[in-house]
Design a protein around this ligand. Structure first.
Ligand SMILES: Cc1ncc(COP(=O)(O)O)c(C=O)c1O
Length: 309
């Protein structure tokens, strides 16, 4: 994986210049077309763990359009490992959409399970059953949401030599934001934009940090570095509006950066809204592009038109 492709791109604007704002995007979307954005960050140490335990591959979970499933299938293939994906929805099959088709092409064994079974994806007893059925596979939670995913995300900060005051990013399972929060200093703020409606960001982050064995006092200190912006979900997970689509198109026209309407478009929309406030004058701001572009053909199919011209 060529991490050098993940450049820091400056977003120039006259108004930012006047206000002393510098805005950069960490282009993790350029790492790889499939193992893109935060995906390699979250998979790197999970793959290493799998190899060190001499496992044959990874078993993981995802929805019908999951970026994580495709990335896992591709990363396992690159590492000569097998992969098994448990997919939400027993009405689906490997031909249902481009994402699932690609997972199958990459050699992932797909198991389509009912929603009630999918709801057990984080339960210990369910994992024990799967462990008995697939003893040679390493189980990785949905979205790569574990300690190994988190430290891989934290590592991204070592590629950045500008001291940013604010870091903005999209939030799903919270793994990426936890990793980033873990790696920043107390003088920096991490701004997370949950893409799910009514998501309990702080509780989820606390739970993920707790699983890693970090003590409660440190967790409280870490959580002080985070600001949650809960109002740019645009109706909830995988929902979007004409306003969001227009924003994504405008942003592409102005800066030639593609955003997706599920994650990064929502986070950038919120960042631009926040920048209307003078609170951010004279500050250095980083936006982490967490990828998601593989899902765009599915979005275009739903929209019935191209997102980018
Ligand atoms: C493109 C993209 N951006 C952001 C996220 C959210 O990251 P996390 O689940 O680590 O909070 C995801 C989901 O993993 C994603 O696919």
């Amino acid at each position: 994986m060529d991490l050098k492709r993940s450049i820091l791109q400056e977003i120039n604007s006259e108004s930012f210049e006047k206000r002393g704002i510098s805005l950069y995007i960490k282009r993790d979307d350029l790492i790889d077309p499939e193992i893109s954005g935060n995906k390699w960050r979250k998979l790197k140490y999970n793959i290493a763990l799998c190899e060190s335990k001499m496992k044959d591959g990874i078993l993981t979970f995802g929805g019908a359009y999951s970026n994580h499933l495709v990335a896992t299938a591709a990363a396992c293939k690159n590492a000569n490992l097998g992969s098994v994906g448990f997919v939400r929805g027993d009405e689906l099959n490997a031909e249902s959409n481009a994402t699932l088709k690609r997972c199958a092409e990459l050699g992932m064994e797909l198991n389509f399970i009912p929603r009630e079974e999918y709801a057990m994806r984080n339960d210990k007893e369910y994992h024990e059953t799967l462990g008995a059925d697939y003893p040679s596979l390493q189980l990785v939670p949905e979205g790569g949401a574990n300690y190994y995913g988190m430290i891989g995300c934290q590592e991204m900060l070592s590629e950045i030599d500008i001291e940013f005051d604010h870091i903005f990013l999209a939030q799903g399972t919270t793994t990426t934001s936890c990793g980033i929060v873990f790696g920043v200093g107390a003088n920096q703020k991490v701004h997370a934009v949950p893409v799910l409606k009514g998501f309990s960001s702080m509780e989820e982050m606390k739970a993920l940090f707790s699983k890693t064995g970090i003590d409660q006092e440190t967790i409280s200190d870490l959580l002080e570095r985070i600001v949650i912006h809960p109002d740019s979900h645009f109706g909830g997970y995988a929902k979007y509006t004409p306003e969001l689509i227009e924003f994504i198109r405008d942003f592409y026209q102005q800066h030639e950066v593609k955003l997706d309407p599920i994650y990064t478009g929502k986070a950038m929309f919120e960042l631009m809204k926040q920048l209307e406030s003078s609170e951010f004058d004279n500050s250095k701001i980083l936006f982490i592009h967490t990828g998601g572009l593989q899902g765009i053909p599915g979005v275009e199919k739903k929209m019935g038109e191209k997102l980018f011209q």
